[in-house]
Design a protein around this ligand. Structure first.
Ligand code: NAI
Ligand code: MG
Length: 354
C-alpha cells in the first residue's frame, strides 16, 4: 500500500521551495521503485483565504487525517494578519493531531560559514514541547486604561505533557546511541512550573532511562553555552518557550534559516506528523527564485525517516552534504549566486549519481 503524503506549499517562497522538494522526491522514486508514495497538493494559503475567507476548508483536518504525513512549506502574506494565518492553519493541525514534539536537528554542514563551527562538530537535536507550557491560551487583563491596569499570562504544564516530551527525547537518545540529555530550566526563579518540570524530568529519566545522563542547565546559561561550546550537546529537551528560543539560536549557529528543517511529531503515530522548514514565507525574496530549498528538502528527508524509510532520509542528507562540500552551487543566503531551481537540480543530480 503506497504511503500518502499531504503537501501544503502555502505562501511566498513556500511554493518555490516545495517544488524543489517534490522534484527530489520523484528523483528518489525513479531510483528506487520500492519507495511507493503518492502526494496530494492542497492549495491552502493566503490566496485561498482571499478567495474563501478562511485558510482551509471546514473538513480540512478530517481530510488530512487520512494521510500518513504532511509536508508543509510556509505561510504568511501582507494581505492576511499573521495571527490569522498561524492560528487558522498551523495551530489547528498541530493541536488536532497531537504533535506535541517539535523536533529540530542542529548540525554543522560542510562548506557553510557558521559563525561558530570553526571545524567543531556541532551535531545535536532539540526536543521542544509543542502543545502546552508558556504558550497556553490562558490569562487576560483588567483595569483597561487605568493606572492599576494589569495582565496575567499563565503557563500550564501537566505531568503527562512533561513525561511525554522527555520520554520522546529519551527514546531518540536510545535509538541513536546518545548518552546525555540536557534539560533547559529556570527553576531558581520560576519556582512553580519550572520546579515541576525539573522534578518530572528527573523522575521519567530515573524510571525509564537510568543509563542516560541528565544535565539541567538554567536557560540564561544554556544560551551562552550554545554559543561557546555547541559541540557539547547531544539531545536538548525544553519547554515550549525555551525550546522556541533555543531552536532559532541553534539554527543561527549552524548557518541560518535556509538550512533548518523541523518536524512536528505525534510519536505514537496515531495521527499524521507535519514536516516543515523553520523559516517563513520570506516576502522580501519571494518571487525572485533565489530562496534556499535545502530546509524544505531536509524536512522531506525527516518525513521519510519518520514513515519508516531512514535509508531515503540518509540519501537526501548525504546528497545535500555532497553538494555543499563541492561548494559550486550555493544560494545567496549561504554566499553563492545559484537559484532555487539550480540548487534543487544539483541535489537531484547528486541523488542520481549515488
Ligand atoms: P522568514 O523566515 O520568512 O524570513 C526571515 C529572513 O530570512 C528573511 O530575510 C528571508 O529572506 C530569509 N530567509 C528565510 N528563508 C529563507 C530561505 N529558504 N532562503 C533564503 N533566505 C531565507 O521570517 P519573517 O520575515 O519573520 O516572516 C515572514 C512571514 O512568514 C510572516 O508573515 C510570518 O508570520 C511568516 N512565518 C511563517 C512561518 C511558518 O509558516 N511556519 C514561520 C515563520 C514566519
Ligand atoms: Mg520560532
Amino acid at each position: 500500500k503506497p504511503i500518502k503524503i499531504a503537501v501544503i506549499p502555502g505562501d511566498g517562497i513556500g511554493k518555490e521551495v516545495m517544488a524543489e522538494a517534490l522534484k527530489v522526491l520523484s528523483q528518489l522514486q525513479q531510483r528506487d521503485s520500492s519507495l511507493q508514495i503518492v502526494t496530494t497538493v492542497f492549495p491552502w494559503s493566503s490566496d485561498y483565504y482571499m478567495q474563501h475567507g478562511c485558510m482551509m476548508p471546514q473538513d480540512a483536518l478530517a481530510t488530512l487525517k487520512g494521510y500518513d504525513a504532511i509536508l508543509f512549506g510556509a505561510i504568511g502574506d501582507v494581505r492576511v494578519p499573521d495571527d490569522v494565518t498561524v492560528w487558522e492553519l498551523i495551530m489547528p493541525i498541530r493541536k488536532q493531531f497531537q504533535q506535541y514534539v517539535n523536533f529540530r536537528p542542529i548540525k554543522a554542514l560542510p562548506g557553510i560559514a557558521s559563525p561558530l563551527a570553526n571545524g567543531k562538530d556541532i551535531d545535536f537535536v532539540i526536543f521542544r514541547e509543542n502543545a502546552e507550557g508558556e504558550y497556553s491560551n490562558s490569562g487576560g487583563r483588567i483595569y483597561h486604561n487605568q493606572p492599576q491596569e494589569m495582565t496575567i499570562q499563565n503557563t500550564i504544564m501537566t505531568r503527562i505533557g512533561i513525561e511525554k516530551i522527555v520520554q520522546a527525547a529519551c527514546d531518540y537518545a536510545h535509538k541513536y546511541g546518545k548518552s546525555k540529555i540536557t534539560s533547559a530550566t529556570k527553576s531558581n526563579a520560576i519556582i512553580h512550573s519550572m520546579k515541576f518540570w525539573d522534578e518530572h524530568t528527573q523522575n521519567i529519566l530515573a524510571q525509564t532511562s537510568p543509563a542516560l545522563t541528565l544535565e539541567s542547565i538554567y536557560i540564561d546559561a544554556l544560551v551562552a553555552y550554545f554559543v561557546e561550546r555547541p559541540q557539547d550537546f547531544e539531545v536538548v529537551v525544553a519547554s515550549n518557550l525555551f525550546g522556541d528560543i533555543l531552536s532559532d539560536l541553534g539554527s543561527a549557529i549552524v548557518g541560518g534559516l535556509g538550512l533548518s528543517p523541523s518536524a512536528n511529531l505525534n510519536p505514537e503515530k496515531e495521527y499524521p506528523s507535519m514536516f516543515e522548514p523553520v523559516h517563513g514565507s520570506a516576502p522580501d525574496i519571494a518571487g525572485k527564485g533565489i530562496a534556499n530549498p535545502i530546509a524544505q528538502i531536509w524536512s522531506l528527508a525527516l518525513l521519510l525517516g519518520h514513515i519508516g524509510r531512514p535509508d531515503a532520509e540518509d540519501l537526501i542528507v548525504t546528497a545535500i552534504e555532497t553538494v555543499l562540500t563541492e561548494g559550486v552551487v550555493k544560494t545567496a543566503d549561504i554566499g553563492g549566486q545559484a537559484s532555487t531551481v539550480q540548487m534543487g537540480d544539483a541535489i537531484c543530480q547528486e541523488i542520481a549519481n549515488m
